[in-house]
Design a protein around this ligand. Structure first.
Ligand code: SAH
Length: 215
């Protein structure tokens, strides 16, 4: 599958029916999801790997990872309504075997995985909502892909925070993220923002060395 084909396939998946503002529910646009997944795939972090999608929403990233050959993806999502949409999207693309839907807060998810992929809340509604996602990701995996606002204060925070947690940023790619008007405070029909896709890797001393016995 080519990157562009992946982007188109993912952009056709069903979006949130009643997006909840307090949970910052935005479907990851196809181009952004494909950029993240393609980078992860080309660095060997997807194929045959045990992956977790934290705050899986509509399942776009989780499903994309399956299409690129992940062994298993845990899709962790707090909102029950969203998990129903994941279920539908999984059926559409016939990746039932590859995904386990976990309807809980990421705070309760404690399984070690080989790669985390996530598009966490940006923290626009609840300041620092992204922080608890990063903390969890750093705890369960040595390799993390995540999407954050491309703003200098966010970059500074993420650089310092990941360093403190024993992780280094190996890649950062900026892409356009289109948000359709879905909440009352959206004034334009389509909002375009710039986001950064990060790849974090545990520094040598901090690697967890988990064994993934079912490989
Ligand atoms: N990649 C998803 C993006 C979802 S937006 C998609 O394309 O659909 C962020 C998601 O995180 C939302 O679905 C929201 O419900 C979920 N979320 C927010 N806080 C959470 C928490 N504490 N635990 C699990 N999921 C959470």
């Amino acid at each position: 599958m080519k990157k562009r084909h992946l982007a188109i396939t993912l952009s056709k998946l069903r979006g949130f029916q009643n997006p909840k503002v307090e949970l910052e529910q935005y479907k990851t646009p196809g181009n952004v999801a494909a950029e993240l997944l393609w980078l992860a795939y080309s660095l060997g972090d997807i194929k045959d790997k045990i992956v977790a999608d934290l705050g899986a929403g509509t399942g776009v990233l989780a499903i994309g990872a399956c299409l690129l050959g992940a062994r298993k993806v845990c899709a962790v999502e707090i909102d029950r309504e969203a998990t129903e949409i994941i279920r539908e999207n999984i059926k559409t693309l016939q990746v039932e075997e590859c995904i386990e839907i976990i309807n809980s807060s990421i705070l309760e998810f404690d399984r070690p995985v080989e790669t985390v992929i996530m598009n966490p809340p940006f923290g626009s509604q609840n300041p620092h909502a992204d922080r608890s996602f990063l903390i969890k990701a750093f705890k369960i995996s040595d390799v993390i892909y995540s999407i954050h606002l491309a703003k200098s204060e966010v970059r500074q925070f993420i650089e310092a925070f990941s360093r403190d947690q024993g992780f280094k940023i190996t890649h950062r790619i900026s892409v356009e993220f289109e948000i359709p008007s879905q909440f009352f405070f959206h004034k334009k029909r389509l909002e375009r923002i710039l986001v950064d896709i990060y790849r974090f890797e545990a520094s040598k001393q901090k690697r967890k060395g988990y064994m993934f016995e079912f490989r």
